[in-house]
Ligand binder design. Structure first.
Ligand code: PMV
Length: 296
């Protein structure tokens, strides 16, 4: 009998373009160093989850699609908050694909990770853009678009970017929020197109690390997401709070309706200290590693 094998995959933050990316507009996202680990071990009887911190009724129906009916036990451990827009389901999906390949004595290829990761993500989210699991599989920062001609992605050059991630403490329902935006088309199409145009304008600013422009872009993206109806009072509270603390910009990251807010501040450690003093959940995240290095 094989000994246990395990694999890790990272979560992500969407810097610009969530929701619009579901409808063919571009988005930019980057992998974070938090993520999910899946361990597989041999088991007598039907395959099942032996350990998982999260209670999610979608978990087993999604994962069992890839597992043999008998003989495997899964242990799932994650440093990502669940349902907060940090790609926890995508990290789980990619970690499982990687672990299953290791169980077979090989490494999963990128094509296999992207294909099977998408199967799992569809099971979790209904109509995902595919951005989350693609970033999780490739690492680094990506410019991503799912257009009529298929999926196109390329590494996004990113100067080191220090963000403060503020947690609303509430999970957003990605599938419901995505469906809500879809139901409001074509009325929201100009807003979706404006988000896409903003993503393109932000590319050089991200590459050169122009903090003021990136911050202003985050504020603009947040206003467009608010207009789409995916913000929430908790998100707005954190965005305004960050502004009062001198942040250059802040926006929700992910599906919204709760989840996390990312804030760009001239002095991230001062913003982090202020958040913690007030009992607000906050973590520092540094993005902008070399995408090649992140894939190794
Ligand atoms: O909240 P998350 O991590 O599932 O991110 C959702 C991002 C959306 O653009 C809203 C949906 C998608 O599939 O891209």
């Amino acid at each position: 009998m094989n000994g246990p094998v395990s694999a890790f995959a990272p979560g992500k933050l969407i810097l610009f373009g969530e929701h619009a990316v579901v409808h063919g507009q571009p988005a930019i996202a980057a992998a974070v160093d938090l993520g999910t680990q899946v361990q597989i071990e041999a088991l007598d009887g039907p395959s099942r989850i032996l350990e998982a911190e999260l209670e999610d009724p979608r978990l087993w129906p999604a994962l069992s699609a890839l597992l043999p009916p008998q003989g495997l036990g899964l242990r799932i451990r994650s440093s990502l908050p669940t349902g907060r827009g940090m790609g926890s389901s995508a990290a789980l999906s990619i970690a499982l694909v990687r672990a299953l390949a290791r169980w077979e004595g090989r490494e999963a290829g990128i094509e296999e990770q992207l294909r099977l990761g998408f199967v799992l993500e569809r099971s979790f989210h209904g109509n995902p853009s595919g951005l989350d699991h693609t970033v999780s599989a490739l690492g680094g920062a990506l410019h991503y678009r799912r257009g009529p001609a298929g999926i196109a992605h390329e590494p996004q050059r990113l100067a080191p970017l220090q963000l403060v991630v503020l947690d609303t403490g509430r999970a957003g329902d990605t599938a419901a929020l995505v469906a809500g935006v879809s139901a409001r088309r074509p009325a929201v199409d100009p807003t979706l197109a404006a988000i896409g145009a903003l993503v393109e304008r932000m590319r050089p600013a991200l590459e050169c690390g122009e903090q003021d422009r990136i911050g202003a872009g985050m504020a603009e993206n947040q206003a467009l997401l608010r207009a789409l109806g995916v913000s929430s009072p908790e998100i707005e509270d954190l965005v305004s709070w960050a502004g009062r603390q001198g942040a250059l910009g802040a926006k929700l990251a992910g599906a919204g309706g709760g989840g996390v807010v990312i804030a760009l501040a001239p002095d991230p450690s001062a913003l982090l200290d202020a958040a913690r003093r007030e009992g607000r959940a906050a973590i520092p995240v540094t993005l902008g590693q070399d995408p090649q290095a992140a894939q190794e």
